[in-house]
Design a protein around this ligand. Structure first.
Ligand code: ZN
Length: 178
């Protein structure tokens, strides 16, 4: 069966790439969960699935509000929307290889909590408190970092981060020259 398409118009948004300084912006809390915000949520999902990626923070598409989407399922059937997420508790340790749609082509090991308890609003503005674990916990911690202007490369050594920065700037210059 073909995937069920959302009836609304959706737009694929442009994803900012490291070292774009706008990725360092601290997002403001969402004040109102309304249809305009839900349209942005749909666009975030469309952009994330098209990339393809398993998580996307509003910061990455230059909307600086505390909002993220995630779906770590293989068949894109478990969408999560977290509005104004607050981490309540972190527990355990896991090391996984992370990538980021804003740092294309680079994957590095990062240490995160194994479980994370988070409070947030869902797409109807209802307060939810839940615990994520495993890959979803990694993803949620990674995306909440984005909302604070932090990137996974910040957990790497200065040498590694500079190497990635230079490489991405060089790639972009050669693309622009074509
Ligand atoms: Zn990312």
């Amino acid at each position: 069966m073909p995937p069920v398409r959302h009836p609304l118009n959706m737009t694929i948004l442009k994803i900012l790439e490291f070292p774009d300084p706008r990725l360092r912006t601290k997002a403001r809390p969402v004040e109102k969960v309304d249809d305009a915000l839900r349209q942005l949520i749909d666009d975030l999902f469309e952009t994330m699935y098209a990339a393809p990626g398993i998580g996307l923070a509003a910061t990455q598409v230059n909307f600086h509000q505390r909002l993220l989407v995630a779906d770590v399922s293989a068949d894109k059937t478990e969408p999560h929307v977290l509005i104004n997420p607050q981490i309540l508790e972190l527990d355990g340790v896991q090391v996984t290889e992370e990538g980021c749609l804003s740092v294309p082509g680079f994957y590095e090991e990062v240490e995160r909590a194994e479980r994370v308890r988070v409070c947030f609003l869902d797409r109807d503005g209802v307060v939810v408190e839940t615990e994520f674990e495993g890959m979803l916990a990694v993803c949620v911690q990674h995306e909440i970092d984005h909302l604070q202007g932090r990137l996974f490369v910040d957990y790497l050594s200065e040498t590694k981060r500079q190497r990635i920065r230079k490489r991405l700037i060089k790639d972009r210059r050669s693309q622009a020259a074509v």
